[in-house]
Design a protein around this ligand. Structure first.
Ligand SMILES: Cc1cc2nc3c(=O)[nH]c(=O)nc-3n(C[C@H](O)[C@H](O)[C@H](O)COP(=O)(O)OP(=O)(O)OC[C@H]3O[C@@H](n4cnc5c(N)ncnc54)[C@H](O)[C@@H]3O)c2cc1C
Length: 413
């Protein structure tokens, strides 16, 4: 028989992981008056201690709307660069570009670029001030028991256990929560790494995000505030490792050699970081007493800048599903309550992951197929209708099944 420690059962929902998805969900749930706790493995995020991971995120207007309704975008205002246009080019093929007119959303840019550390700092600030929300740092979750009425969490070195109706795993790709409840995470590795770094451009970027499909993979230059830009250079792992071993000067020379006039004059502004690229979608986003959100549920190639945006859609959907379940008196951790979340989010995630995967494969294919991809791209560039559909996809414009938070609205029943 298992011997239990005293149980702290003060929280309806416990979120494991204080990344951008976990904190956004915590803020959303606290606004809905749920009594919630976030557990994080590390301490509080402190940008002044140099917690910089090199990444900058393109946030779609719909996800931005949700953050606006939480009061997060006003904290991000000094750090954000709106994207007015996206230009994609397949080496020597005709260019394809999307601009504000194509997206058709009045007054909204195609997306918003912000560095990851500014996002985390703003989310931490908001979460610490949120009512009904407890944040516990340095919590190493080492066991989860799920029962028909609650989940019990065992924390390393703690003198008590925690109980909740619902546990949400927002603990990233290596999710302990997902593994503990036995949900599989199939997919494949791209055998490639994304090298990210910040550069200072000589010429004004005018808010244009640019992507070129090189043989090793896509290469993106994403506009940041103060005429900076974030580079995402995808290369086969062995090549990426060699590039990472170069000093700044030689790296800069390689960059110029690969991209020709694409970047213009620039200087390196930050350290470089390399991320192995994977495609994974969890077999299920829910199990009894447990839901998964963000990278714990899916990982996609960064070429379309959608990973975090998918996680924020999970947040908007899960918050709405839980709130509606509670409103009609359902147990929020029961399979019946969580089923709509799985239905709503999994299909969208699979289609996005597969779409990005096909694009990546086409541009890395042998010459004749790559030619087809390039031909497709130049034909796409000539069709207003197709461009409009694609730019709506990029900017995250949604259909009728849009969760209310993504429309910038409060959740109504
Ligand atoms: C090169 C690159 C560029 C990208 N660019 C974009 C982009 O432009 N736009 C976009 O939308 N997405 C982008 N992404 C994807 C984006 O980085 C991820 O989708 C996003 O970080 C996922 O957030 P998350 O909160 O789910 O997970 P994470 O950011 O991984 O956070 C997980 C958190 O859980 C914590 N944790 C882990 N284990 C435990 C545990 N056992 N207990 C408690 N806490 C735990 C971790 O410490 C961390 O704080 C990019 C990714 C890469 C690699």
């Amino acid at each position: 028989m298992t011997k239990h420690l005293p149980i702290n059962a003060d929280h309806e929902i416990i979120i494991s992981g204080a990344g951008p998805v976990g904190l956004s969900l915590a803020i959303a749930l606290s606004e809905l008056d749920f009594n919630c706790m976030v557990m994080c493995k590390e301490g509080e995020f402190e940008p002044q201690k140099g917690d910089f991971d090199g990444r900058a995120y393109t946030i779609t207007p719909t996800c931005w709307q949700m953050w606006r309704s939480f009061g997060i975008t006003e904290l991000l205002e000094p750090f954000v660069q709106p994207v007015s246009k996206v230009e994609a080019e397949a080496a020597s093929f005709a260019p394809l570009s999307f601009d504000l007119e194509d997206a058709g959303e009045e007054g909204e840019p195609l997306g918003y670029l912000v560095e990851a550390h500014a996002i985390l700092a703003s989310l931490w600030k908001k979460a610490k001030a949120a009512p009904n929300l407890t944040i516990k740092t340095h919590q190493n979750l080492r066991g989860i028991e799920t029962h028909s009425d609650r989940a019990i969490l065992h924390i390393e070195g703690e003198k008590e256990e925690y109980a909740c109706k619902l546990l949400v795993g927002c603990d990233g790709r290596e999710s302990f929560v997902r593994k503990s409840v036995g949900i599989k995470y199939p997919g494949h590795d791209y055998g490639a790494k994304g090298i990210v770094a910040t550069i200072k451009l000589d010429q004004p970027h005018n808010g244009v995000a640019r992507q070129i499909f090189l043989q090793g993979g896509p290469f993106a230059v994403l506009p940041l505030k103060n005429n900076m830009a974030s580079l995402v250079w995808t290369e086969r792992s062995a090549v990426a490792d060699s590039l990472m071993a170069l000093n700044d000067r030689d790296f800069g020379l390689e960059l110029r050699e690969k991209t020709g006039d694409f970047l213009g004059e620039f200087t390196m502004h930050s350290a470089r970081f390399a991320y192995p690229l994977k495609m994974r979608v969890a077999d299920s986003f829910v199990s009894e007493r447990v839901a998964l959100a963000g990278d714990a549920a899916h990982a996609v190639h960064p070429l379309a800048g959608q990973g975090l945006n998918l996680g924020l859609k999970d947040v908007a959907t899960l918050a709405e599903v839980i709130a509606k379940a509670a409103h009609v008196g359902l147990d929020i951790g029961s399979p019946l309550a969580l089923e709509p979340y799985e239905e709503w989010r999994r299909a969208d995630t699979v289609s996005m992951a597969a779409g990005v995967d096909i694009l990546d494969k086409l541009f890395k294919a042998p010459a004749p197929l790559r030619g087809l991809a390039g031909f497709g791209m130049s034909s796409l560039g000539k069709s207003d209708k197709v461009r409009s559909i694609l730019s709506k996809e990029i900017s995250g414009a949604e259909g009728s099944q849009t969760p209310q938070l993504l429309k910038g609205e409060a959740i109504r029943f």
